[in-house]
Design a protein around this ligand. Structure first.
Ligand code: G
Ligand code: G
Ligand code: MN
Ligand code: NA
Length: 254
């Protein structure tokens, strides 16, 4: 049986799960929000990593179904997290290129907000440069509609795509997520340090927030905080975790 056939079965059997990774204030380490990361718990194969199933779902279209489910589930989940925390949090959800281009995407977004009662301000949609550049005119239209709903747009894996900086001027972007490739060798790599500083400088002048991804060490965190990076995400401050573990993390984070 192919992985692809197993995936259709997995949707019916409810084998897909959402994990949540904390996005924290670099200075205080207070949890500001969570990124939703999909997991597939297969009964015999065990945990199938997203790098194996997301590309298949993207090519056969199943990503539309999975993505719609993830968006709704994440919007519902963040409300429970807020109750535990007693304050506002946000949820950051990855949107694949095919989902973004789908005619149904805005309906899915509206359904997720309506069903959960979540304010659009508490939703961040993560897209890559590549997703924007497939059809920039269409992207401009979709992003404007996301902004109408007060959702914020984050550029995921910032700095790794094949696009010009001109799109930062053209599109209503709020957040840049520094790809973990640029964080991995901090602070010793002078090239990575220069790249991170350039991103932070650019973001500052454009009034964009920055989240550094893949932060694994205290040295990386201290360096990023020193350079004015306000938010970090990585194994140091929290791995992707099931919702019940995230609830415990929130209680301990207060
Ligand atoms: O969680 P991490 O371990 O392994 O995820 C790997 C990649 O899978 C991420 O970089 C992300 O692009 C993708 N991914 C994870 N969860 C989702 C999701 O819910 N939707 C989409 N479109 N991609 C996801
Ligand atoms: O591509 P995207 O940024 O959406 O996905 C984030 C990916 O990064 C996920 O696969 C997640 O499991 C992984 N990740 C999160 N924190 C760390 C980290 O500190 N180190 C490494 N190596 N990977 C991380
Ligand atoms: Mn992401
Ligand atoms: Na990323």
């Amino acid at each position: 049986i192919s992985l692809e056939a197993a995936m259709f079965n997995a949707v019916r059997e409810g084998e897909f799960l959402l994990y949540y990774q904390p996005i924290v204030n670099a200075r205080s380490r207070i949890i500001e929000g969570f990124e939703t990361l999909m997991r597939w718990k297969h009964p015999t194969l065990g945990m199938v990593p997203p790098v194996r199933f997301i590309p298949i779902a993207e090519s056969n279209g199943l990503i539309n179904l999975l993505g719609a489910w993830a968006l709704k589930a994440a919007c519902m989940q963040i409300r429970q997290f807020q109750e535990v925390a007693g304050r506002e949090l946000y949820i950051s959800v990855n949107i694949s290129p095919r989902q973004f281009r789908s005619d149904r995407f805005l309906t899915v977004l509206d359904d997720a907000l309506a069903l959960s009662g979540l304010d659009g301000r508490q939703l961040v949609l993560e897209i890559t440069e590549g997703t924007l550049m497939i059809d920039p005119t269409h992207a401009e239209d979709i992003l404007a509609r996301m902004v109408e709903r007060h959702a914020r747009i984050a550029i995921d894996d910032f700095g790794t795509g094949y696009s010009s900086l001109a799109y930062l001027k053209r599109f209503p972007i709020s957040v840049l997520k520094i790809d973990r490739a640029f964080v991995k060798d901090l602070p010793s790599s002078t090239k990575d340090a220069a790249i991170c500083n350039a991103i932070l400088d650019l973001a500052g002048h454009l009034s964009l927030s920055v989240v550094a991804e893949g932060v694994e060490t205290e040295e990386q965190l201290a360096w990023l905080d020193d350079q004015g990076c306000h938010y970090v995400q990585g194994y140091l401050t929290g791995k992707p975790m099931p919702a019940n573990v995230a609830v415990t993390a929130l209680k301990e984070n207060l």
